[in-house]
Ligand binder design. Structure first.
Ligand code: DX5
Ligand code: ZN
Length: 219
């Protein structure tokens, strides 16, 4: 499966968002990642459909919306409407998870399931037949620039095996503290999609060089 660099704009310079996205796209990122937080499920407020619509107007790359919100079903049609390609929701606050994932698909988007660092892989076993992506958080949701939690590595191995048993393409995505130091271990553990925010948009080397260094690790 293609290895994907997924640029999270959470820590981008919003005063120059167009330029930041243009630079990331020109440097060859594969997807754009949108962290949606409502201050309830995650202790932060981030962005809404308006910013996502703006991002949609700036690039044709695939965009995935990572919903760290309560009542995601309310917003699934709204984010589908503004043009995201994939919507991922957390297992931790979705008792009716099958209905939520089906709601995403009914809106014409691909569906992703997300686990926080403290959630075991078995928690998502029952939805492996419906998801297009599994997102393993390597930080607790809320902020960019946090320290990578290495104890998620065995879980990534385990989920890679769960995906293999499904016999179809399912992305194994990791999000949080991914950079040139942590990416090699994630690759080895079986991840194929890397959500990267600060290591791209807050990199002293600049966006282009940051992405070049990351892509070098994926060849
Ligand atoms: C946490 C967010 C972050 C973001 C990436 O809620 O999901 O993980 O996408 O952050 P960095 O790459 O800066 O750790
Ligand atoms: Zn995210």
């Amino acid at each position: 499966m293609q290895k994907i660099i997924n640029a999270s704009i959470l820590n981008a310079d919003f005063a120059n968002l167009k330029d930041q996205i243009d630079q990331a796209v020109s440097a060859g990122v594969d997807w754009i990642h949108l962290d949606i937080m409502d201050g309830h499920f995650a202790p932060n407020l981030s962005m809404g459909p308006g910013i996502v619509k703006t991002c949609r107007s700036l690039t044709t790359l695939p965009m995935d919306a990572h919903l760290m919100i309560t009542n995601p079903n309310t917003f699934i049609p709204i984010f589908a409407e503004v043009g995201v390609d994939l919507i991922s929701v957390h297992i931790e606050n979705n008792a009716l998870i099958y209905r939520t994932l089906q709601n995403i698909k009914d809106q014409g988007c691909k569906a992703g399931i997300v686990l926080n660092p403290g959630t075991p892989a078995d928690a998502i076993a029952s939805v492996m037949d419906i998801v297009d992506l599994v997102l393993v958080m390597s930080v607790d949701p809320g902020f960019g620039g946090q320290k990578f939690i290495r104890s998620v590595l065995p879980k990534i191995n385990q989920i890679r095996e769960m995906i293999a048993a499904q016999n179809r393409d399912i992305h194994l995505q990791v999000d949080g503290g991914v950079d040139v130091n942590t990416l090699p271990a994630l690759l080895k553990a079986g991840a194929d999609s890397f959500v990267i925010g600060s290591a791209i948009f807050r990199n002293p080397a600049g966006i282009d060089e940051a992405i070049h260094q990351l892509k070098q690790l994926l060849v």
